[in-house]
Design a protein around this ligand. Structure first.
Ligand code: FES
Ligand code: FES
Length: 158
């Protein structure tokens, strides 16, 4: 076992790891940050997306021991400092961008990464960026609307 220390949602944290411990296990089991979900065993669903050093990554695809000293942002870090929903989270609520909610943490984290690199994406660009995030409930339409609304672009109301 090796203790790995990283900064998660702005806080310095440490947890014991084995060589095979994935980042998603480190977050969920080591730190009890269970907002990051595991939806597959095949690196396909995107429910586990977090940011590592500013980039969106599937946290089921990277070992925790590779991330000593990394900056990690999870869905728990997306709320405003007063605990209210962040802009993207609020847009998902306002535009009905979720049903069961299982995919939502990964969707929000991917959306945040997209808007950081492309603040006013087109609908096509949003859809293309979300190719690595699967949703079995919504048909994606309202997720795309929510992300466009979060970017400040006019979106037709439901
Ligand atoms: S749990 Fe990581 S891609 Fe599905
Ligand atoms: S809201 Fe259920 S999987 Fe997306």
């Amino acid at each position: 076992m090796k203790t790995v220390t990283m900064r998660v949602n702005g806080k310095l944290v440490s947890a014991p790891t084995e060589g095979r411990t994935l980042l998603v296990e480190y977050l969920r089991e080591g730190l009890r940050l269970t907002g990051t979900h595991v939806g597959c065993d095949t690196s396909q669903c995107g429910a586990c997306v977090v940011h590592v050093n500013g980039l969106a990554v599937k946290s089921c695809t990277i070992f925790a021991q590779e991330l000593e000293g990394a900056e990690v942002l999870t869905i728990e870090g997306m709320a405003n400092s007063d605990g209210s929903l962040g802009v993207i989270q609020q847009a998902f609520q306002d535009y009905h961008g979720l049903q069961c909610g299982f995919c939502t943490p990964g969707m929000v984290m991917s959306a945040a990464a997209l808007l950081a690199e492309n603040p006013t994406p087109s609908e096509a660009e949003v859809r293309q960026y979300l190719e690595g995030n699967l949703c079995r409930c919504t048909g994606y339409h309202n997720i795309v609307k929510a992300i466009l609304a979060a970017s400040g672009q006019a979106v037709a109301a439901e």
